[in-house]
Ligand binder design. Structure first.
Ligand SMILES: Cc1cc2nc3c(=O)[nH]c(=O)nc-3n(C[C@H](O)[C@H](O)[C@H](O)COP(=O)(O)OP(=O)(O)OC[C@H]3O[C@@H](n4cnc5c(N)ncnc54)[C@H](O)[C@@H]3O)c2cc1C
Ligand SMILES: NC(=O)C1=CN([C@@H]2O[C@H](COP(=O)(O)OP(=O)(O)OC[C@H]3O[C@@H](n4cnc5c(N)ncnc54)[C@H](OP(=O)(O)O)[C@@H]3O)[C@@H](O)[C@H]2O)C=CC1
Ligand SMILES: CC(C)=CCC[C@@H](C)[C@H]1CC[C@H]2C3=C(CC[C@]12C)[C@@]1(C)CC[C@H](O)C[C@@H]1CC3
Length: 533
């Protein structure tokens, strides 16, 4: 055992030399972990047994039934036993204070080509499903860019991609959820069966209503390439208008509108808009396998079109879908300053990305406080008609570019239809039941922190959240939130959710949504300590 003084010196040293930890530990450990996971997946495939799903689910049911038999004082609230460091959230939910149930469900259960759906277990990852579907000529309608995200985590959190202006949020593509409830019963919730209330409230529930054991998701037919057009635009109004036009903000999305849309904003006045369509090989257009280890990070490649001018490329579909994986959008830039250097890419690029899991695993309290107070990781869903205001406010508060913009359709499912509030009628696309929103992604170290100027993270984030509530938007809940419970209940509609928690006895069995997603840190205490502005 190390003496305390040596231990704290070591922790301080590791915190001060984070780049060393990332390069020397996180990268090789990520590779080793990937190899191990592949090996495990291979063994699972070799020993695959159609009965396994049912027996694993029965085991989960039994564990919940046994929990019900415990004396009330021993019944700690339920959560999955997936270690928090494996989860793609910036918060550290305190699992050790809960009763953890293993969910060893990693299989793709059935591809139904007639219904254009795939039935999967919740721990299947984006990496697994793209590897399985693409060679068969399909893809999920909404494929998130990070290979490590799980299909279950995305269903109970949320997901969005550059196809979301057509498909909506990820949960809009789920047709059924199979869930083990607080009493240990197994139910299947669909949009038109007796469990429709559950069906509406499971998205964005973060595991606060039951354990997900399988789900059915819509798939789409694909072609081998995405023909992508990079359009550099100067002038804020111009690029905002263009994003609105292409996404169908003013009229119902016609079929000929692009299948994929993305905007990367490099400064208040400069953006590159990317529009993409499924395509076959065309010898006249250059092919860019942008996800190969030695290729420049995608957002850096995109930035070059500000100088080069409008251009077209063919990107193989899987490379396109996972284009932001290697640099985790632009998150890795702040961690490995040399990560995009040509020599590093050619020699060690295959080690990227560092798995968010290992970044979390090596997070000491000092690093967590640092991440919380001197960095920003936020995705916020806001009406695209307010795009200029979004950019204005985010750039004043965070001085952090690039900003990510993904247009996304938010469907009005009527009153009390789940945690997402109905879009305001002024944002609805005429003649439809949906409004065009967009994800605004802000990632990295705010400009003021870089310039060592006063920066109050809590004040900044709370201003962003005020604006989000004012326009009827929603914060992604994988990220740290800075809201009180009352403010949270203004941003989200919990009316049906609270009824469902009572009806299915989740109250007293699973933590409440707010408790599940609020930061484990005392937001306001940490904020005050760092409040220099
Ligand atoms: C090597 C490296 C690894 C990183 N890993 C992570 C990560 O795993 N998770 C994450 O959220 N962000 C991570 N970051 C992002 C990091 O927090 C900021 O990008 C950046 O270092 C702060 O920028 P600065 O130039 O303003 O501060 P600097 O002047 O670089 O740092 C100011 C002080 O903070 C210390 N410091 C710097 N980064 C950290 C850190 N991450 N934790 C504790 N102390 C730190 C420095 O040693 C220095 O004493 C990492 C950054 C670097 C450089
Ligand atoms: N482009 C995008 O849209 C992206 C979105 N994300 C975000 O990342 C998260 C997904 O990351 P991932 O690591 O896969 O998921 P997580 O492990 O973070 O799970 C997310 C939530 O879902 C719950 N959950 C997951 N599986 C089950 C299950 N089988 N039964 C009950 N509850 C479950 C978890 O509860 P518990 O704590 O009990 O495990 C947790 O609260 C989402 O929040 C998503 O919004 C991330 C990347 C990209
Ligand atoms: C494009 C959309 C809609 C979402 C992208 C979300 C990602 C940028 C985040 C999802 C999970 C986040 C985590 C981190 C950075 C931002 C995400 C990848 C960290 C790697 C930041 C550093 C911390 O130490 C660990 C975090 C894990 C989760």
């Amino acid at each position: 055992m190390l003496p305390d003084s040596l231990k704290s010196w070591l922790i301080q040293w590791l915190e001060d030399h984070r780049e060393f930890v990332v390069a020397v530990f996180c990268l090789p450990a990520s590779l080793l972990f990937t190899v191990l996971m592949r090996f495990k997946a291979y063994v699972r495939w070799l020993t695959s047994d159609p009965q396994r799903h049912d027996s694993n689910v029965r085991e989960i049911q039994q564990r919940v039934q046994q929990w019900n038999k415990l004396p009330p004082e021993d019944r700690r609230l339920l959560c999955t036993s997936r270690p928090n460091w494996l989860s793609l959230s910036t918060t550290f939910f305190q699992k050790h204070l809960h009763h953890q149930v293993p969910i060893p469900l990693y299989d793709i259960l059935e591809l139904n080509e007639a219904d254009m759906t795939v039935r999967v277990e919740p721990m299947v990852t984006i990496g697994d499903i793209t590897e399985y579907l693409i060679p068969r000529g399909y893809s999920l309608a909404v494929t998130i860019e990070l290979t490590d995200a799980t299909l279950g985590g995305l269903a109970f959190g949320t997901g969005m991609s550059t196809h979301s202006h057509k498909a909506g949020l990820y949960h809009e593509t789920i047709t059924s959820y199979e869930v083990v409830l607080a009493d240990g019963s197994l139910v299947k919730a669909t949009a038109d069966n007796e469990y429709v209330d559950l069906f509406k409230t499971l998205p964005w529930c973060h595991g606060s209503l039951g354990f997900l054991v399988a789900m059915t998701i819509k798939i789409v037919k694909i072609k081998p390439y995405i023909k992508i057009k990079y359009i550099p635009v100067r002038g804020q109004k111009k690029y905002c208008d263009m994003l609105r036009e292409f996404s169908g903000t003013y009229e119902k999305v016609p079929k000929e509108f692009p299948d994929y849309i993305e905007g990367t904003i490099y400064s208040k006045d400069e953006a590159v808009i990317m529009v993409g369509d499924y395509a076959d090989y065309d010898p006249n257009i250059p092919v860019n396998s942008c996800s190969k280890w030695h290729k420049p990070w995608f957002y850096k490649h995109v930035e070059t079109f500000l100088e080069k001018g409008e251009s077209e490329e063919l990107i193989p579909l899987r490379d396109y879908l996972l284009r932001h994986n290697r640099a985790i959008f632009w998150v890795v830039e702040d961690m490995l300053s040399f990560g995009n250097k040509t020599i590093f890419r050619y020699l060690f690029g295959w080690l990227l990305p560092p798995k968010p899991a290992f970044l979390k695993w090596t997070t000491t309290p000092g690093i967590r406080a640092y991440t919380f107070t001197k960095q920003v990781f936020q995705d916020i869903v806001l009406p695209i008609k307010e795009l200029e205001r979004q950019i204005e406010i985010a750039s004043i508060l965070f001085e952090k570019f690039p900003l990510l913009v993904y247009p996304c359709k938010i469907i009005d499912h009527g009153p009390s239809s789940g945690q997402l509030k109905r879009p305001d009628s002024k944002y609805l696309v005429p003649g439809t039941n949906y409004a065009m929103y967009n994800d605004l992604g802000v990632y990295g170290v705010p400009g003021k922190v870089k310039d060592k100027k006063p920066y109050n993270p809590v004040a900044a984030m709370r201003k962003m959240e005020d604006f989000t509530r004012e326009v009827g938007g929603y914060s992604f809940l994988y990220a740290d939130i800075f809201m009180t419970r009352e403010e949270f209940e203004v941003m989200f509609d919990l009316s049906l959710y609270e009824e469902v928690r009572k009806k299915y006895k989740a109250d007293g069995a699973f933590p409440h949504l707010y408790d599940k997603v609020k930061p484990e840190l005392d937001v306001f205490a940490i904020g005050e300590e760092n409040a220099i502005a």
